[in-house]
Write a protein of this length. Structure first.
Length: 304
């Protein structure tokens, strides 16, 4: 399959990144099917895509008269067989569990056409961890997006068994989406940016979980010294605390690291309280007007 043959994109997982990726593909003229087992998640994704389109209009990234045609290219279904029927490229955004990802890809391997390329949007895992479970390891690789409202950077990361043709196709597809491609020459947990970000999150969580200082002061230190718009805990709220917890908890269990276990427990308290981050209105901060956006929070000096 060549890049000009790509017509339909299947998005597996209707969460934060799934609906963003689907919208980006529709924005660039591709037909999109968003699949999830939960119809309520699909209904929520449809509403969030509508709001996302309005934000793109406000930022002059989408003409208002084009909104309906973009949204019309997006379909939503909980019928796996129907979702898979005409897929050219699959992008998966389900929880960070390699067994779950492998199971889902195995299901869609039986349903998708032979030509279909499988990609994972995993934040912190590497594709070789579940490549064999996909049933088509030569046509499988990581294709990782960041928040499309903030950046046009994507990671393309094959595993040792990925064919050069699949890598080339996904790279070309990313460029068709207007993305700046970070092509990894070898597998690396967390790609490039996320590898650095994960270490920042671990350091910040360790300081807080060990009672060194308050969450707000950790963010103040980061923001004040680097003149940054938010600190690590504000970033975690933006990512979503469930995602941060799942990654932290996975590596705590995989490595037996006592500090990672403590960090996961620190996060779990907020999650159990329903404070899931910005999307739920509360996480480490309350939204829509978090404390770290208030004047004088970080000691930054304007005009210097």
């Amino acid at each position: 399959m060549k890049i000009d043959d790509v017509k339909q994109i299947l998005v597996i997982g209707a969460g934060t990144m799934g609906h963003q990726i689907g919208f980006l593909c529709a924005l660039h003229g591709y037909d999109v099917v968003v699949y999830d087992v939960n119809d309520d998640f699909l209904a929520s994704a449809r509403k969030r895509v509508d709001r996302l389109a309005d934000r793109f209009i406000a930022r002059k990234r989408l003409a208002e008269e084009q909104k309906e045609s973009v949204l019309a290219r997006m379909a939503y279904t909980s019928d796996a067989e129907a979702a898979a029927a005409d897929a050219d490229i699959v992008t998966e955004s389900v929880p960070e569990d390699p067994a779950l990802k492998g199971k889902i890809f195995g299901q869609f391997n039986r349903l998708c056409p032979e030509r279909t390329i499988f990609t994972t949007n995993t934040s912190s895992l590497v594709p070789s961890m579940f490549a064999d479970a996909t049933g088509r390891p030569d046509r499988f690789l990581a294709f990782h997006f960041h928040d499309i409202q903030l950046t046009d950077v994507v990671d393309v990361m094959p595993h040792p068994g990925t064919s050069p043709q699949a890598v080339e196709l996904v790279r070309d597809f990313a460029e068709r989406l207007g993305q700046t491609v970070i092509l990894l020459e070898r597998e690396n947990f967390g790609y490039v940016f996320n590898a650095m970000l994960s270490d920042l999150f671990k350091s910040a969580l360790t300081l807080a979980a060990n009672g060194v200082t308050a969450v707000e002061d950790i963010d103040r230190a980061w923001m004040g010294v680097l003149q940054a718009p938010m600190g690590p805990f504000g970033m975690m709220d933006s990512v979503g605390l469930t995602t941060v917890w799942k990654i932290t908890d996975y590596w705590a269990k995989a490595t037996g690291d006592a500090q990672m276990t403590a960090n996961a427990a620190f996060l779990k308290v907020l999650i159990d309280d329903g404070r899931l981050g910005k999307k739920s209105g509360a996480g480490f901060y309350s939204y829509p007007k978090p404390l770290f956006q208030q004047p004088g929070f970080s000691g930054q000096k304007s005009g210097e």
